[in-house]
Design a protein around this ligand. Structure first.
Ligand code: NAP
Length: 220
């Protein structure tokens, strides 16, 4: 049985990822700050109390994981706090960096000894972290933090290739979740189907790619 870990697993895309991965036969470890009724109904192992900004908590969790046991790590937890230029909130920008950029790097680094040779790391980023794709401005903390995550992802892809570990930067589409509300275009199941196709497609030759879940390569 393949082992997967998903962060931000209690709702939204993370919850749908847990469901889809368990349906595919993965043994899923769901990390979250607090579980949800929906997550509790899934046949997954839930670990509560894991804030991705809490370095010591992440290390405690990682120490409980068996070496060379993880086949797939999905860094999904993220936060969007909208912001315009005339209402900059530096604490909010800093928080979004902590959650969206440093969090996934911290989780991946802590779990490195637990990742198998040939395993995969998926970083759920956003096309809002793309500079080439930015045609509307604003969202300073979110855009900056996802761009930083993309930079970390490319370095991870290069550094982890010697261990046979491939890394993908995945935009999930414009998905109906608490983050976006009903104006978004697709539901979580459609997003996750595409994300899992990209994870299937991921290998050492295309490691470090920045993909839309529909398979399009996105500009940096
Ligand atoms: N929805 C979209 O259209 C869209 C587009 C592009 C990218 N994304 C990305 O997709 C990922 C999932 O987003 P979503 O749409 O599913 O949003 P969501 O419904 O708001 O879910 C966000 C998840 O992240 C968790 N989280 C937030 N801060 C955390 C922290 N400090 N430590 C641990 N977990 C934390 C939340 O847990 P709590 O319940 O504890 O807050 C929740 O499980 C995010 O990385 C987001 O940036 C989404």
């Amino acid at each position: 049985m393949l082992n997967a870990i998903v962060t931000g697993a209690n709702r939204g895309i993370g919850l749908a990822l847990c469901r889809a991965l368990s349906e595919r036969g993965y043994r899923v470890t769901a990390l979250c700050r607090q579980s949800s009724d929906a997550l509790k109904t899934l046949p997954v192992e839930v670990h509560e109390g894991y804030d991705v900004t809490d370095e010591s908590a992440i290390d405690v969790f990682a120490n409980r994981v068996a070496p060379d046991s993880i086949d797939l790590l999905v860094n999904n937890a993220g936060v969007l706090q909208g912001m315009s230029l005339n209402a900059l909130d530096i604490d909010s920008i800093r928080h979004q960096f902590e959650v969206n950029a440093i969090g996934p790097l911290r989780v991946t680094a802590s779990l490195l000894p637990k990742l198998k040779h040939g395993s995969k790391v998926a970083l759920i980023t956003s096309r809002m972290g793309s500079m080439g794709d930015n045609d509307s401005g604003g969202s300073y903390g979110y855009r900056m933090s996802k761009a930083a995550l993309n930079a970390a992802g490319v370095s991870l892809a290069k550094d982890l290739s010697v261990r046979g570990i491939a890394v993908a930067l995945l935009h999930p589409g414009y998905v109906k979740t608490d983050m976006t509300g009903t104006a978004a275009l697709i539901d979580t199941d459609e997003s996750v189907a595409g994300l899992l196709d990209r994870i299937d497609q991921l290998n050492l030759d295309n490691s470090g790619s920045f993909w839309h879940m529909n398979g399009e390569i996105l500009p940096w």
